[in-house]
Design a protein around this ligand. Sequence first.
Ligand code: IPE
Ligand code: IPE
Ligand code: MG
Length: 243
Amino acid sequence: MQSDVTPANEKLHVGIIMDGNGRWATRRGLSRVRGHEAGVETIRRIVEAAPKQGIGTLTLYAFSTDNWRRPKAEVAALMTLLRFYLANEVQSLVKNGVRLSVIGRRDRLPEGIAAAIAGAERVTAHGHALHLRIAVDYSARDAILNAAAKAAALTSLTREAFSQLVTGEVGLRDVDLIIRTSGEKRLSDFLLWEGAYAELHFTERMWPEFDSADLADALASFHRRERRFGGLQSLPLEPAPSL
Ligand code: IPE
Ligand code: IPE
Ligand code: MG
């Protein structure tokens, strides 16, 4: 089988706010933690489906900086799931050509997780089928703030250079589409810089029940939209004046 050699940044960048694990579980009389466990199964399904649906970069919101406000037991369970995911998933990520990056703070994670993340990133570094970015202890406003602090030392600054400081990547494609499950219609501090022109797709489906057909629906709706980037319908964009 010939492998797809299109560079990741020429394919779509999709961000997903994986919401609704808790409600999915409580509605079934299960503990919220059961919902998070089921949510990990969905991650496996969607990571497998994404490259087949034209996605080159997939950014998943797993744990926000504000999620530390949850009860200690729920936070601990989420951290345990992250630990298991890193330990159990790396082999199949390598096999499927997935490069894993984790974005967000690492210094507040329970012991050993930062090292497991670094190990997983190293082992998967050569994957070209999909760039999977998982946001953990992540806040878009903090990412912008930290980039601004670094930029203060520079004498000149372009959008590209600032993007690199915000994302930690050279040439990361802007987010094309942000999907949020569970019926909530907000961004909750996710990809505020990279998603400046992202299309938004909100679905009532809870994250544990979201599947590859739902992903295909979201992408079909995305492809029906007309993206104008401030220009006019179907005319080539004129260059914007420099600052
Ligand atoms: C998303 O599901 C997972 C995390 C935020 C970690 P939630 O846990 O927010 O589920 P709901 O919104 O309470 O249903
Ligand atoms: C956003 O979901 C964060 C993740 C999905 C990881 P939340 O459930 O924490 O967001 P709010 O509190 O409803 O805005
Ligand atoms: Mg939620």
